[in-house]
Design a protein. Sequence first.
Length: 367
Amino acid sequence: MKFSVSRDLLLRPLQLVTGVVERRQTLPVLSNLLLSVDGQHLTMTGTDLEVQLVARVELPEAAAENGEITLPARKLIDIWRALPEGSKVDFVLDDQRAVLRSGASKFQLATLPASEFPGIDEGAGELEIDLAQVQLRQLIDRTSFSMAQQDVRYFLNGMLLEVTPDHLRSVATDGHRLAMCTLTPGAGDGKQQVIVPRKGVNELARLVAEGDDHLRLSLGSNHLKAELGGYTFITKLVDGRFPDYEKVIPRGGTRESIGDRQQLREAFSRAAILSNEKYRGVRITLSEGLLTVQANNPEQEEAEEAVPVQFTGDSLEMGFNVSYLQDVLSVLGSEQVRITVSDANSSAVIEEPGGGDALYVVMPMRL
């Protein structure tokens, strides 16, 4: 196995593929990347048996010798990053040791046979969707922050992807808040739901760009596959039933306030400085034309912020986790934001004044 390639051509594919590899592995070969060379095509594969990413790169010239081998992922990417920009790298497999040469630099890396490298059995895809990368990026960015982390309800440790003929929707919840983003039109016949695990969502977010280039999603009974450019991404799905999110969304809220998103975001950020570090609670008071945010902590320190809003009716006092409110206001793209509640004990529905494609539910907390 022998080939030459520029450092810059391989840098991003190598970074993306290495991101899939876990630092601590039970199988030594899972700490490695599989490199395969066939003519002018170099293929790199990384996996942790749950998520797999394959990157294909066209070499500027045909390889002197074809072959395949596995190399330590972290060491390889560290070497690649440390090499000067624009440098050329010569790769040679010599007696089961990989030798990399670039200018005056020389590195020898231990290898493991390619035959030991496992792959994910993806099975057959039941539904295929073609959409712009920016659309998938939007679905992920608008909802993924609400995924649970290491919850015993394992089906919450991921993002629901729902496909119907009318819409493509992502939903995430950790039991205290819910985020939902809906794009139209949908695809396919009937209704299909899959739960993409947390790591799969995060790696997919790193892979997709903001452009209009399209990708193809394939949904199977136990996997999701995304194909875009020179990359093939596969993740296993969470085997579980996602909660009926429609029942969680409060309908018919009677008290509605509309305010400047950036002003509210900055007010919450300042008040959060003196909130209880553990519970992050703030008291929000809605009165005629004003939203007041109050925070205090065990050290008897207090913060108060007042933001003008469009609100009429009886005053109302509620408690919320300020971090949840900050997260929502960070991803909404509109200048104005609408907050709808029924009473002091009801969940708040946060969305763009015109509805928009995203909706958020934040549960209240006792202070």
